[in-house]
Write a protein that binds this ligand. Structure first.
Ligand SMILES: *[C@@H]1O[C@H](CO)[C@@H](O)[C@H](O)[C@H]1NC(C)=O
Ligand SMILES: *[C@@H]1O[C@H](CO)[C@@H](O)[C@H](O)[C@H]1NC(C)=O
Ligand SMILES: *[C@@H]1O[C@H](CO)[C@@H](O)[C@H](O)[C@H]1NC(C)=O
Length: 441
């Protein structure tokens, strides 16, 4: 009996020791290598004060104790040398699948707030750049070098095992390694990770961007000229300009979309004249990989074939009308999306059992992309406190429809966040003149 107990004790001790050794190695790998940032959870809250219960997330840090035995330690090489993966990683296997339903709220891993960083970032010389903001909290929270793009060669098994801890689109929880890996390896690596360059005409070195949402606040706004006067114009989802130029302008430099938003907007908004996605000369297409269907879409798009799964029978390439070119196509990295959620858009919903449904809107991701790639950002058609006065979309000119509050988004938080970004001078948010007194409180 004593012998048996001793044996159990010995096995237990060995397991613990192995666990500790593996964890330390694993931890070093994720935190010690160049290009990764570590910081304790910090958050730029949507409001200056704690109101409406938007308080800091109550942190419960979880250590990934699951099947650490599947992690063997290797020293992670750089993605510039994708050949490393085959040899060194042959002995590593993907972690067993984690299921969202097993977590009653957002699980916060010890490495939750650890993000890939890019070595190739733009150093701005623009004196008025939002990056020179005086807001100390914003400067503390923002990561100007955050990895923006996902592309081939990045998804080693080690990297998969990190990202498999986070739900989509912030990682790959519940997904299958081979299914995603095959698609990520089709995504072209951008020649440069710098999305936008300083225009030759800008003597002050500033990149001026307009980000245009679809909000009804733009109806009869006459903002078109002002929007088009920016160096670059970002648009999202149903980016309809034809017939609405006076209010929303006509130029599109960056079109931000998910597979679904690109596809469904063409169906839903055809009645308003939206019959093709923006195809301006020099345009860049930026995709938010929202879920599995986006990877199925991507596979079809990048192989010039029909997609499988949710988009079965659909040829993604046809929506680009011959304008598709790998060199103008970018896919956002799950680390960028998670960083935005965790540090700027941490909804209270993350603390209940519907946590996995929540994600910021495509418009939110587009706006934060602009904040990370431009110096001066002006937002138009974004949701404001007085949204009930306007239609859901600017192209609904003749029938007022209420804003639909989908449960996977937190519009209350977005209203406060856009207002705060405006009040702190980081962006300028378009608000109707007649409302300026009430919104600027
Ligand atoms: C894609 O765009 C690049 C840069 O504009 C150009 O050099 C290249 O020829 C284009 N490729 C195709 C297939 O159109
Ligand atoms: C859009 O603006 C026009 C002009 O001000 C107005 O007559 C119309 O009612 C507005 N449409 C909606 C849906 O609010
Ligand atoms: C807004 O405030 C200004 C100055 O405080 C005032 O003159 C103006 O009447 C106000 N406008 C509205 C619509 O309340």
């Amino acid at each position: 009996m004593q012998k048996a107990l001793g044996l159990v004790g010995l096995v237990f001790t060995c397991c613990m020791l192995l666990y500790v050794v593996l964890w330390i190695n694993l931890h070093e790998k994720w935190t010690g290598i160049k290009g990764i940032v570590v910081s304790s959870g910090i958050l730029w809250e949507a409001t200056h004060k704690h109101i409406d219960g938007h308080t800091l997330i109550n942190k419960t840090i979880i250590t990934s104790a699951l099947d650490l035995s599947s992690f063997r330690t290797t020293s992670l090489s750089k993605e510039e040398n994708p050949s490393y993966s085959t040899e060194l990683e042959a002995s590593i296997t993907p972690i067993p699948v984690l299921y969202k339903k097993n977590f009653m709220k957002l699980p916060e891993w010890e490495f939750e707030d650890v993000y890939l960083q890019d070595h190739q970032t733009r150093i701005t010389t623009c004196p008025k750049s939002l990056h020179n903001t005086k807001d100390p909290k914003f400067r503390e929270v923002v990561l100007p070098n955050i990895q923006l793009w996902l592309y081939r060669g990045q998804l080693s098994i080690t990297e998969w095992n990190r990202l498999a801890h986070f739900n989509n689109p912030f990682g790959f929880m519940e997904y299958n390694y081979n299914e995603i890996k095959v698609v990520v390896d089709l995504i072209p690596k951008p020649k440069s990770s710098i999305l936008l360059t300083v225009p030759g005409s800008a003597k002050d070195g500033c990149i001026r961007c307009a980000v245009v949402g679809c909000g009804g606040i733009l109806n009869n706004s006459k903002m078109g000229k002002e929007i088009d006067s920016h160096d670059y114009v970002f648009r999202v989802n149903g980016a309809l300009t034809k017939g609405f130029e006076k209010d929303v302008g006509s130029k599109t430099s960056v079109y931000v979309h998910t597979a679904y938003s690109l596809y469904a907007s063409l169906q839903r908004f055809r009645q308003y004249g939206y019959d093709r996605i923006p195809q301006d000369k020099g345009i860049k297409y930026v995709m938010i990989p929202e879920g599995l269907r986006d990877f199925q879409w991507l596979q079809g798009l990048l192989q010039g074939k029909e997609a499988t799964g949710s988009f079965k029978g659909v040829r993604p390439l046809k929506f680009f009308n011959g304008h598709f070119n790998e060199s103008i196509f970018y896919v956002l990295h799950p680390d960028f999306l998670r960083y935005i959620r965790n540090r700027f858009m941490a909804s209270n919903q993350l603390q209940d059992n519907t946590w996995a449904m929540y994600r910021p809107t495509n418009g939110a991701f587009a706006l934060f992309l602009a904040i990370h790639t431009c110096d001066i950002v002006d937002a138009y058609g974004y949701i404001t406190k007085d949204h009930h006065k306007y239609s859901n979309y600017y192209f609904e000119r003749f029938k007022k429809t209420n804003v639909i509050f989908y449960t996977n988004h937190d519009y209350g938080l977005e209203i406060k966040m856009w207002n705060k970004l405006h009040n702190t001078g980081i962006i300028s948010l378009y608000q109707r003149q007649e409302n300026l007194n009430t919104t600027k409180t």
